[in-house]
Design a protein around this ligand. Sequence first.
Ligand code: HEM
Length: 425
Amino acid sequence: GPGPVEAVRWWGRMARSPLDTYGALARRYGDAVRVPFGRNRAFFLLSRPEHAERVLVANQDNYVKAFTYRPLRAVLGDGLLTSEGGTWRQHRRVVQPVFAQRHVVGFASQMVDTAAKTAERWPDGVALDAAGELRRLTLGIVGRALFGSELEGEAEKTGRALEALQRAAVVGTFLPGATAKRGVYQRVPGLGGALVHLDGMVQRVVKGSSGGELLNLLKESGRFSETELRDEVLTLLLAGHETTAASLAWTFMLLSKYPAARDRLEDEVDEVLQGREPKAEDVDRLPWTKAVLSEAMRLYPPAWTIERDALEDDEVAGVRVPAGSTVAVPPYLIHRNAEVWPNPEGFQPERFMGEQKHPRYAYLPFGGGRRICVGAGFAMLEATLVLATIARTHRLDLVPGVTVPVRAEITFRPAGALPMRVVRR
Ligand code: HEM
């Protein structure tokens, strides 16, 4: 990797544009890069499946969420995504049963209804912001399914709050004295208002809800203080809708660019559904639809980087990682590693049809080990049903001449609006 002087320049680039810079570091130095920072610490950018397996699974006890999660922790506190140790374990024990597969299928009809209602609102032949529509749709689904709340009306403000939060998360990581204290971020211009909106939404969910199942469970477990309850509700609302919206936005963008893949998807949906709306049982009969989603998440993983701090010295697939180092195992880079993925930049859903040939940790859109996404099954069911529901009746085309700028901070998503023209099939 770069020497200490050169490293300063790389850190500057990382603070401005982390995804591009990770890519540039890997191209310049290979799939295991050491970047010094501070007086005697280092950051390791590791992009082989074996690296991910060691850090997230085999030696996971040696790792905690990295310092780069501090700004997020300031906002999400002791929610599942950012807590550690005993608090994390207790929360996970309460939340996990709701996300068990046999339980998640019970949310299918809410997922389909919400998708169908969203698509019905779209005027025929008109360009709209697909990214915004999909955020509204996925926020509607988590609100209804998990919390018994109608949240579509909050989507626009929530989207703006999240943009502010994500920008602050990257900038905040690199500020000297960056901290996990909420008070600091409340004073940042633009971010203060975002936090007020998010807190207000959580309060409305906790107080006004007609008793969503997950909320009742959290309340009745007796294990959550008022702050912990707030942290968990906010975590599930945000982690539970932004990522799924991004994966659907990328999927519709790719389908518009690859008409043969889209034709095959429409044929599959038409044949399986025969003109009715999908049910949970149909998902197993939609292999191409699922393969399209998987391939979209390979090229565009919404959780594009996963980072940990090492507690003790470790050796990660031949790389010596001293205690106190920060390690990144970014799905974005691992998913495009040419040694495990033939034609890594190509959109080829066939990769996910039938038996899978890639090594297990070559594909990790939901992470791995005990901190694996608790909502993975929920998200896959939701994305498949939403895609099938919309594709049954509508087709989305990128507006010609529009290039789609990308943005990667905490999540990897289209930057700003994603203008697509909607036509009824
Ligand atoms: C954790 C990705 C959807 C809730 C994670 C992690 C990843 C991820 C990579 C691990 C982060 C790390 O190890 O540092 C995704 C993607 C999704 C998605 C790509 C959609 C396509 C959801 C949904 C929910 C959810 C629908 C809830 C309704 C969570 C929570 C955690 C988490 C609570 C923290 C789990 C823990 O540490 O115990 N997600 N997620 N996610 N996700 Fe998801």
